[in-house]
Design a binder for this molecule. Structure first.
Ligand SMILES: [Zn+2]
Ligand SMILES: [Zn+2]
Length: 424
């Protein structure tokens, strides 16, 4: 998940009404059978041999973090584990990604996504399995996501005869700013997949809890860079100051206050007779993002003319493909909520607020029914309370068996549910 500068993060309280939610379908297995399934899966995942393997896997990835599209060792580890499990897989997908399959080979196709990339950060946590690669760190929990998804694959492999369809496991490169999800979709490996689920660790939630919401969850995001060229006498600096004011007014004067939007200038640099500036734009709707980019282009190109300057803007669409909004499908959300309540207890499944952070999971949201859930890792005793993207980020590894079991249960329940619908 890509985070915003602290000052610009807007946490919007729950604005969407839940009254439109459809009740879960009659074909959903009765609570007692889901309860039986979730208890068994959680017990298997918490078995010491299994949870030790999860920890070892996660720690091994944590020690060797790799940046976007460089995840060669990580994908090698994944392929080795998939080969041990006997799962068919495609590699490379989107340069470094791996997509594995399990089940009947027939529809319905249901997918999970785990990101593989780390961040360009120096880890400041001193512990036994600290990053061995200077300037790189798994500070967004993607090491845990990979371990939890391998764990789910292992649990499902032990129950593959119960699968009424096919599960795809997407180990995706380059979530951090480089739109790995977009590139995975371009390769066509997810043709026919009707639904997708993902988990993201969250240090605001205690270990043992999950959270999400139906509908829009995370913002659409893009970036811009501009150069204002003056003719001397500091005119470019004056023009830049008017441009920045104009950009800051976009949200306060033109946006619906009930719809989250952010325009933030994150750097300004004067070089000779020119000024470079750049920043980020976000919106809770993909249309809102397009509107903001049109207006930002107008302000940056036209305002400097008043001061006798010229300007160019670049949204870097080729290298930094804008991320669409992540929107949770209502039924997929209900599936995660129901399985989560059964496994973790109703009190541990929370309704999240919308958030101005962005994730390339939004690309999948545009193509299929998706749900993105946060899973808690906060444990005051362990010190796992630092936010994502902090060099102090630390993970409560108790989350690993929970995430593995939760995803395995969701796959089984979803495929049962889909097949019942097809047969009815
Ligand atoms: Zn991130
Ligand atoms: Zn992330």
């Amino acid at each position: 998940m890509a985070s915003l500068p602290v000052m610009t993060v807007l946490i919007l309280s729950g604005l969407l009404s839940l009254t439109g939610l459809r009740p879960s379908r009659a074909s959903t297995p009765p609570e007692n059978s889901i309860g039986h399934l979730t208890r068994e899966l959680l017990a298997s995942a918490r078995d010491p041999t299994f949870s030790d393997w999860l920890k070892r896997t996660r720690r091994s990835i944590h020690e060797r973090p790799e940046l976007a599209f460089q995840e060669l060792n990580t994908s090698q580890l994944i392929r080795r584990e998939l080969a041990i499990l006997g799962l068919e897989h495609s590699w490379p997908v989107a340069r470094t990604g791996v997509v594995a399959s399990l089940g009947t080979g027939l529809k319905p196709f249901f997918a999970f996504r785990a990101e593989m990339d780390a961040l360009p950060l120096q880890e400041l946590v001193d512990w036994e399995h600290k990053s061995k690669h200077d300037g790189k760190m798994h500070a967004c929990g993607h090491d845990a996501h990979v371990a939890m998804l391998l764990g789910a694959a292992k649990l499902l492999q032990e129950r593959k005869h119960e699968l009424k369809g096919t599960v795809k496991f997407v180990f995706q490169p380059a979530e951090e700013g480089q739109a790995g999800a977009y590139h995975v979709l371009q390769e066509g490996v997810l043709e026919g997949v009707s639904a997708m689920f993902t988990l993201h660790v969250d240090a605001k939630l205690p270990t043992g809890a999950i959270a999400s919401r139906p509908g829009p969850l995370l913002a659409a995001s893009a970036r811009f860079m501009a150069r204002i060229q003056g003719k001397g006498d500091g005119d470019a600096i004056l023009a830049a100051s008017f441009v920045i004011q104009g950009l800051q007014l976009l949200v306060s004067r033109e946006a619906d206050p009930l719809e989250g939007r952010v325009v933030s200038v994150t750097f300004v640099k004067a070089v000779g007779d020119s000024v470079d500036l750049g920043g980020t734009l976000r919106s809770m709707t993909t249309e809102g993002l397009f509107y903001l980019s049109e207006r930002i282009k107008e302000i940056i190109e036209l305002q400097p003319v008043v001061h006798g300057c010229t300007a160019e803007i670049d949204f870097m669409y080729k290298d930094r493909i804008p991320y669409p909004t992540t929107v949770n499908d209502e039924q997929m959300y209900m599936l995660g909520k129901m399985v989560g309540e059964s496994m973790l207890g109703e009190a541990n499944v929370h309704l999240s607020s919308m958030c101005m952070a962005a994730d390339d999971f939004g690309f999948y949201s545009q193509k299929m029914a998706t749900a993105d859930f946060s899973i808690g890792i906060r444990n005051e005793t362990l010190g796992s309370f630092h936010p994502l993207h902090s060099p102090h980020f630390f993970l409560d590894e108790q989350v690993l068996p929970l995430g593995a079991a939760l995803q395995a249960a969701i796959a089984i329940v979803h495929l049962n549910d889909q097949v019942s619908v097809l047969q009815s």
